[in-house]
Design a protein around this ligand. Structure first.
Ligand code: KG4
Ligand code: ZN
Length: 336
């Protein structure tokens, strides 16, 4: 089944065509937010409007496929920024209505959970999913398709958000995660012993204490800390990634599930990949990361989940709303 996927939940505008084997895919990361040190919702909506139709034209031109061949249209309906979600949703609904193609509304987090199947068909439930990005830090027990238990989540900031905010504090461009990663490869991540909040308590996460610890030191001695920013940020990264790896291992021990699928923008982090490989080896579990392109938000994962739901006979009505706070646990095997 050939499915068109559309993703506009935050600051990536993305379109994909996926038939279960072949993918044509476009992602544009909006750079209008850089000057503001964070995503500005209204600017995101406007940029999605500007980008979405040219991207659609590009995927059809590249694939040589025509819209009349598309058998299903999947768009992210939540969670995310409401104005941003509405752009992709309305394009999808308009195409569905105009061309008589079934429409399916997709939960963005469900997309992240299943993104691995674009490259690894042998990933089958049960598995543990760690979704770790600028907006989310969630540990999910995937019992089956559509059957999810969130067993750990952040109580405050997301992991990527903590990296981004501290990067911006030290003068880096938003989002800072990828640059911190690059910079840290030449730096000493052990130079500062920043707090690893809740590392031994349960499966929830907390990253706001780390932010406060760095900020307090910054207030005390700005010049020294700024001069040493490479080691400071490498140490921040080390603290974040150590906590993520420790919680994943704990989740494996608690659930007895030995396949772990990591996704979201922070899954691109090279230090997280190293630490997870060590932890997986030590505690005998399998850890899977997507290619870097599929870590950050993308429409390929939306088309993939859309295809699964459409094949199962599900469709969404054209008045399906944007759901900014749509949870994984409210999903069902084949009903939104
Ligand atoms: O999944 P994503 O595109 O969007 C959401 O936030 O939902 O993730 C973006 C996040 C940002 O916080 C960015 O700094 C972080 O992923 N990120 C990274 C890396 N690449 C992107 N964080 C650490 N290391 C990276 N290599
Ligand atoms: Zn995401």
């Amino acid at each position: 089944m050939l499915v068109l996927g559309i993703e506009t939940s935050c600051d990536e505008t993305s379109v994909a065509l996926w038939d279960g084997k072949t993918l044509t895919h476009r992602v544009t990361t909006q750079d209008v937010h850089q000057a503001w040190g964070g995503v500005v919702p209204e600017l995101a909506s406007r940029d999605h409007q500007r980008l979405i139709l040219p991207l659609l034209k590009e995927v059809f031109a590249e694939s040589g496929i025509s819209l009349s061949e598309v058998q299903g249209i999947a768009a992210t309906a939540g969670p995310g920024l409401v104005g941003a979600l509405l752009v992709g949703l309305n394009v999808a609904k308009g195409l569905s209505l105009g061309f008589g193609i079934p429409f399916i509304a997709i939960n963005h987090l469900e997309g992240h959970l299943w993104v691995h199947q674009l490259e690894n068909q042998d990933i089958v439930p049960p598995f543990l999913g760690l979704i770790v990005s600028g907006g989310h830090t969630e540990l999910v027990k995937v019992n089956d398709f559509g059957n999810y238990e969130v067993i750990g989540q952040t109580r405050d900031d997301a992991a990527g958000e903590a990296l981004d905010k501290l990067g911006v504090l030290f003068g880096m461009t938003f989002p800072a995660g990828a640059d911190i990663d690059k910079m840290s490869q030449e730096a000493n991540g052990r130079a500062y012993n920043f707090p690893r909040a809740m590392i031994r308590d349960g499966l929830d996460f907390s990253f706001s204490g780390l932010k406060t610890a760095v900020r307090m030191q910054w207030e005390r001695d700005r010049d020294t800390l700024f001069a040493d920013r490479t080691d400071v940020l490498a140490s921040v990264q080390e603290a974040v990634m150590e906590v993520l790896a420790a919680k994943v291992t704990k989740a494996v021990e608690q659930t007895g599930i030995t396949t772990v699928c990591i996704s979201g923008g922070v899954a691109a982090n090279s230090r997280l990949r190293e630490l997870m490989a060590i932890a997986a080896e030590e505690s005998s579990y399998r850890v899977v990361f997507p290619s870097i392109t599929f870590c950050t938000d993308n429409a390929a994962m939306i088309a993939l989940v859309g295809q699964k739901r459409l094949i199962a006979g599900e469709q969404s009505p054209l008045d399906f709303p944007a759901k900014p706070g749509w949870t994984l646990e409210s999903l069902h095997p084949t009903a939104g």
